[in-house]
Design a binder for this molecule. Structure first.
Ligand code: SAM
Length: 287
C-alpha cells in the first residue's frame, strides 16, 4: 500500500530504546511515548513489566518476540490501522539491534504506516564511544556462531576488514571467542572489552588480543555479565612484509597437519610469500 492510500487515522509505530543497565538512561521522550501509546509490543512482557512499573507506566503489553513476531505482526498492524499508536521495546537497548522487531517494522512500513524511532541506549554504540578505537567507520557483526568451526570461519571472513569490528558475546563464550580471535587475527591485534556497560561493575579494558585473553582467563569476574568486543581493523602491512589472508589461510591448513618449518616452506612455495615471514606468522599463531 502506498503512503497516499493509508487512512489518515492510522496510528504510529514508535521504536523505543530502553536502558542497557542504568535506568537513568531512559529518555524523557521514551517515557512520554510509553505512557501515551495504546499498546506496547515487548520482547518479554514479564521483563518489561518491571521496567514500566519502575516508571509508573501501566500501558498494556503484548508479546513480540523472535518466535511470534511474524505471526503476531498482523495483530499489531490491525491496531495501527485502527488508529492506535503502538510502541515496540526489547529487553534492553535498541530494538532490532540483535533483538526482535525487524519483521514487524518491515511489515508496518510496507503497509505505509509511519514508523518513528525514539533513540537511546545501544551497547555497541556505548562501547564504541568509549573504546578509543577508530569510530569513523566500523562494522557490527552481532553475535558470532556458537560452534567453534563456524566461529573461526566467520572471523577468517573479516580478517582483512580495515574498519573497527564490533561483536556481541555471551559471557559463557567470551573466553573461547577471544581465543579464536587471537588465533585468527593474531595475538598482537588490539581489542577492547566493554563489560557491564552503564552498570556498577562496568569495565572497559583495551589490550592486545593475546594479553586480553590471559587477563580474562585469570579473573572469573571478567567472564560474567554482558559484553561487547571491539577489535581494531586490519592494518595492511606494507611492501615485503605483506602476508595476505589467502597466504595465512594456506599456512593455517598446513599447520594443522605439519610441523611449523615444513608448513612455512610449503606455504611459501604455494603463495609466493617469503618463507621467513610465514615462519614468523606461524610462530605467532601457535601462541
Ligand atoms: N538491543 C541491545 C542493544 O541495543 O545493544 C542488544 C541486545 S542483545 C540480545 C544483548 C547483547 O548486547 C549482550 O549479550 C551483550 O553482548 C550486549 N549488551 C547488552 N547490554 C550490555 C551492557 N550493559 N554492557 C555490555 N554489553 C551489553
Amino acid at each position: 500500500m502506498s503512503q497516499s492510500t493509508v487512512p489518515s487515522a492510522a496510528g504510529t509505530l514508535y521504536v523505543v530504546a530502553t536502558p542497557i543497565g542504568n535506568l537513568d538512561d531512559i529518555s524523557a521522550r521514551a517515557l512520554r511515548v510509553l505512557k501515551e501509546v495504546a499498546l506496547i509490543a515487548a520482547e518479554d512482557t514479564r521483563h518489561s513489566v518491571r521496567l514500566l512499573q519502575h516508571f509508573g507506566i501501566d500501558t498494556p503489553l503484548a508479546a513480540c518476540h523472535d518466535h511470534n513476531e511474524r505471526d503476531q505482526g498482523g495483530r499489531f498492524l490491525a491496531r495501527l490501522q485502527e488508529g492506535a499508536d503502538v510502541a515496540l521495546i526489547s529487553d534492553a537497548g535498541t530494538p532490532l539491534i540483535s533483538d526482535p522487531g525487524f519483521h514487524l517494522v518491515r511489515q508496518v512500513r510496507q503497509a505505509g504506516i509511519r514508523v518513528v524511532p525514539v533513540p537511546g541506549a545501544c551497547a555497541l554504540i556505548a562501547a564504541l564511544s568509549a573504546a578509543g578505537l577508530p569510530s569513523d567507520r566500523f562494522i557490527f557483526e552481532g553475535f558470532l556462531p556458537a560452534k567453534a568451526t563456524a566461529r573461526r570461519s566467520r572471523l577468517t571472513e573479516v580478517l582483512e576488514e580495515p574498519r573497527t569490528l564490533i561483536f556481541y558475546e555471551a559471557p559463557h563464550r567470551l573466553l573461547e571467542s577471544i581465543a579464536d580471535m587471537r588465533d585468527v587475527f593474531g595475538g598482537e591485534r588490539h581489542v577492547v572489552l566493554g563489560r557491564e556497560l552503564t552498570k556498577t561493575f562496568e569495565t572497559i579494558k583495551g589490550l592486545p588480543l593475546g594479553e586480553l585473553h590471559d587477563w580474562v582467563a585469570a579473573d572469573a569476574n571478567q567472564q560474567r555479565g554482558e559484553c561487547v568486543l571491539l577489535v581494531s581493523g586490519w592494518l595492511a602491512p606494507e611492501g615485503d612484509e605483506a602476508i595476505n589472508a589467502e597466504a595465512l589461510r594456506v599456512l593455517d591448513l598446513l599447520l594443522a597437519e605439519l610441523p611449523l618449518k615444513r608448513a612455512a616452506a610449503l606455504a611459501a612455495e604455494i603463495t609466493g610469500v617469503r618463507k621467513n615471514l610465514l615462519y614468523q606468522a606461524g610462530l605467532e599463531r601457535k601462541g
